[in-house]
Design a protein around this ligand. Sequence first.
Ligand code: TRP
Length: 443
Amino acid sequence: MAERATWTTRIGFLVAAIGSAVGLGNIWQFPFKTGANGGSSFLVFYLIAVVAIGFPALLGEFVLGRRTRLNAIDAFGELGHRQWRIVGALGVATGFWILSYYNVVGGWVMRYIVGSATGAYFDAPAEYFGAVSAGPEAIAAQALFVLVVVGIVALGVEDGIEKATKVMVPSIVLLMLAMAVWAFTLEGGAAGYEYFLSPDLDTLLANAGTAIPFAVSQAFFTLSLGMAIMVTFSSYVGNDDNLAVDGGIIVGTNTLIGVLAGLVVFPVLFANGIDPATSGPSAIFIAMASGFAELPAGRLLGVVFFGVVLIAALSSAISLLEVSVSWATDNYDIGRVPLAAGLGVGLFVLGLPSAWDTAWLTWFDNLAYQLLLPVSVLFAMLFVGWVLGDEALTEIRQGMSGMDWFGPAWLWTVRIVVVAGVAVTLVLGLRTLFVEGAIVPPV
Ligand code: TRP
């Protein structure tokens, strides 16, 4: 068997899982999805989705991985009928689909590091975003990002990224906190808090139909669920680890960073007269850029901020490529380098439309949220809850002492709450795609 990354310590596992979870999903995507889906009411749905659906589903993927100690595709085959491997493959495909446009946004981040250093966006942050986010410049930046991801995976130097992740998480929290304090001082920013943090029941109910699928899929996206990643990571975890505690740490850290990003973005948007409902994928870029443009040492701050975001994006992107590479090198006689390079080319090509026009990026993103993520997680959790059942219970109990109630509570949550919640998400998503026509590509 070819060599696979391993960790001997629990911290190694936590760092890798947090590195995968914390990424553009928290910093870039969460604020604009919140803005597009009614602000504070979305936040409520999102938090419920994270706790009631995301957290149990994360533990479900952990159970699959640790039980079999295999990559995600073979894990399904080992525990159930061979046909179930298709669910693992669906996870890998979902991750690929997402990574294709994730790379484009990673390219934007790289571009913003340069833009911060030279002060290129200081005069006109909104126009700058328009100029670099689509077209040939965006394609060049996307290519560079893919190259770095492939290079790291091909050379097998993820260690470096793992070390960087240990610094990344505290840096993101500190930087975001500092930016949030600054955002607090902005004139006109108070409306942002109102928008983000004060839900009212009427808006909540009025938005439920559209907000629920986005909130649930956002929870999956940001926790790297339905992409075969967490299954693979947990295949190296020791039997004396308490999966629920580890899962709680991962979910807690990940959620904190998303909420902090919102505390920066919304006051800044309101202070600058930008409508959060329509700002879309540009929100975090324009908000942060306007901030750095006004702050002393803004160039330095900009480089540091976007540099840290780049590490977060890289560690997420790498986690997916690593899954495919470990599966393929486990099963076939292919070298890491050609494999990673081939996958990189495929990803680059699939991402070209998104780099060319943000309307395509939105289309890819919509399909992932409304269809791929819910289908992938739904089948995986049907498998864990109803096919594995008691075996899953045995596995979750390993390493857990004195929490006897937890296992059954978790299993029934997976069986009923998660399965029903994801099924509703899928139905609502299909409605958006097929009844409201979101499936039609933006050609
Ligand atoms: N969880 C990551 C985030 O929030 C997203 C992510 C993780 C991802 N793994 C991925 C995206 C693989 C694409 C492919 O940003």
